[in-house]
Design a protein around this ligand. Structure first.
Ligand code: NDP
Ligand code: DGY
Length: 323
């Protein structure tokens, strides 16, 4: 255990699972300041909190840009995010300053893929609508034409971005009787038939988005893309909200251009409760819960804390983002 003087300052931007806090507190390496709340830290408190920090443990809702890095100052060695997505980090600025970045790939793949399948099924089989009808008295009898949806058996599924999570989604969907799996991405994959985005959207019954958010994928799912989909297509996005042009999606859903959409991610987050998408019965929206199992969040927090400690000591991180 080092003396208090030598302890390195770590700023944690939110309450995180105890598994992560335990790793930090038991390390004997750092003095942890925590934004002790479940709600996001206001920007001014973030800028104040990181001042003099050697390490920052942040969340996907914290924008870590030049202003934050400057506010932290020259001590800063490492930024560790409790997420696999890193679109909230100004990677160029971080790299310029020689700061290392830790993130949490792999450990949340299963949980996120599972949630994606749940969302796809809930959307395609109209589960939230059905639940609502049971509660509001709309269930008058078994009716042959009522609450019909779309099944996976014999279908074509198209995955935009067949990375860790995309592949895990595809693996889980296959046993439902999916006939064809298409994907579009940047690199070729042995596991599936790569195709152009145009062909993927025009031939798929289910279009699942699981790519990372980059300048190239921002707004990728727009009017032009929806206009090429089948009228019966079910669209699911569990990547980032900004991959979708939400006005175009609203138009596609309300005009019947596509059948339904399931979203775990939106712009902004949270989505305002009066948002037009929330008025549509054929749009199922979840509050970004892809990785939300107790065990996954605990493992993410532990990994995130270990990444941070490795960054502080200049050793190999369990999961370092290549900048
Ligand atoms: P990976 O890096 O393994 O996968 C990202 C995929 O995006 C890669 O296959 C990559 O293609 C693809 N991609 C990148 N650019 C494009 C493009 N221009 N067109 C098509 N595909 C593209 O990451 P993960 O699978 O681990 O995570 C993916 C994303 O999921 C995260 O970045 C995050 O935003 C989101 N996520 C959401 C969660 C939630 O709670 N809803 C939970 C966890 C993650 P290629 O392989 O060809 O390079
Ligand atoms: C991520 O890790 O990027 C998710 O969005 C939350 O787990």
């Amino acid at each position: 255990m080092q003396g208090t003087q030598q302890l390195l300052k770590v700023f944690v931007t939110r309450r995180i699972p105890q598994e992560g806090m335990r790793v930090l507190n038991q390390s004997g390496l750092c003095k942890v300041s925590l934004w002790d709340s479940d709600e996001p830290i206001p920007r001014t408190d973030l800028l104040q909190g990181v001042s003099g920090a050697h390490g920052i443990l942040c969340l996907l809702s914290d924008r870590i840009d030049a202003e934050v890095i400057n506010a932290a100052g020259p001590n800063l060695k490492v930024i560790s995010t409790l997420s696999v997505g890193f679109d909230h980090l100004a990677v160029g600025e971080i790299k310029k300053r020689g700061v290392r970045v830790g993130y949490t790939p792999d450990v949340l793949t299963d949980a996120t893929a599972e949630l994606t399948v749940a969302l796809l099924l809930a959307t395609a089989r109209r589960i939230p609508e059905g639940v609502e009808e049971v509660k509001n008295g709309g269930w008058s009898s078994w009716k042959p034409l009522w609450l019909c949806g779309y099944g996976l058996s014999g279908s074509t599924v198209g995955v935009i971005g067949l990375g860790r999570i995309g592949l895990a989604i595809a693996r889980r969907l296959k046993p439902f009787g999916v006939k064809r799996l298409l994907y579009s991405g940047r690199t070729s994959k042995p596991q599936a038939m790569g195709t152009s985005l145009d062909r993927l959207v025009s031939e798929s019954d289910f279009v699942v988005v699981s790519c990372s958010l980059t300048p190239e994928t921002q707004g990728l799912c727009d009017k032009a893309l929806f206009s090429k989909m089948k009228k019966t297509a079910v669209f699911v996005n569990t990547s980032r909200g900004a991959v979708v042009n939400q006005e175009d999606l609203h138009e596609a859903l309300s005009s019947g251009r596509i059948a339904a959409a399931g979203l775990d991610v939106t712009t902004p987050e949270p989505l305002p409760t009066d948002h037009p998408l929330l008025k549509l019965k054929n749009c199922v929206i979840l509050p970004h819960i892809g990785s939300a199992t107790y065990s996954t969040r605990g493992i993410m927090a532990e990994l995130c804390a270990n990444n941070l400690l490795a960054g502080l000591t200049g050793s190999a991180m369990p999961s370092e983002l290549a900048l």
